[in-house]
Each structure stands twice: as C-alpha cells, then as structure tokens.
Design a binder for this molecule. Structure first.
Ligand SMILES: [Cu+2]
Length: 105
C-alpha cells in the first residue's frame, strides 16, 4: 500500500471517529427522560412559565402548580395565562426545563 493510501485511510478513520464523537455528544445533550403533561398557564414571563399541571405518573407527581424554565428559543412567547397547554420538559441542573409548549384549542 502506498504512503498516499495509508494517509488517506488515516484521514478517513479520523473523520469517522470525529463523527462518532459528535453523535455521542448529541446523545449526552438529550440525556434524561422527557416528561409529557398538560395543564393551564398561571403566569408566563420571557424566562419562565408557571403551570397548574395534571398528575404526572412517570414522576409520581400529583396535580400541582409549579414553575418551569422556558428555552431561549422563544417557545411559548405567544401564550397567556388561562391557556390550556400540552407540554414536555426535562429535569435540568437547577430547574425543570420546558422542551415544547403548545396551546390546546
Ligand atoms: Cu409539578
């Protein structure tokens, strides 16, 4: 095998390792379960939403009113107190972080 082909094989191996790492990183960012619930918005600010949610059996939570952090993507900016919502969230380091927030109409 020529030196050129050995070098090419090395580059290809390096590229496949890089893409494998990127793939692992994506999984790490999405680590942890995503919970799904429905409720009514009680208060909403650009950073947080307070939701009176129904029981969340996956977490053994009874119905309660609690605050969630909104993503910086602007999810939920068109919503208002009183809106019925369907939402998903993950447990962040310091808070419960909304992943998706959709009005039920
Ligand atoms: Cu709760």
């Amino acid at each position: 095998m020529s030196i050129f082909f050995r070098a090419l094989a090395g580059v290809l191996l390096g590229l496949s390792l890089l893409s494998a790492q990127a793939h692992d990183h994506q999984h790490a960012a999405a680590a942890g379960p995503v919970y799904h619930a429905q409720g009514i918005i009680k208060k909403i600010t650009p950073q947080t939403v307070t939701i009176a949610h129904q029981a969340i059996t996956d977490l053994h939570w009874p119905p309660m009113t609690m605050q969630f952090a909104l993503p910086s993507s602007g999810e939920g900016t068109s919503l208002h107190p009183g809106d019925n919502v369907d939402f998903t969230f993950v447990q962040g380091e310091a808070c419960y972080q909304i992943v998706s927030l959709t009005a039920l109409r």
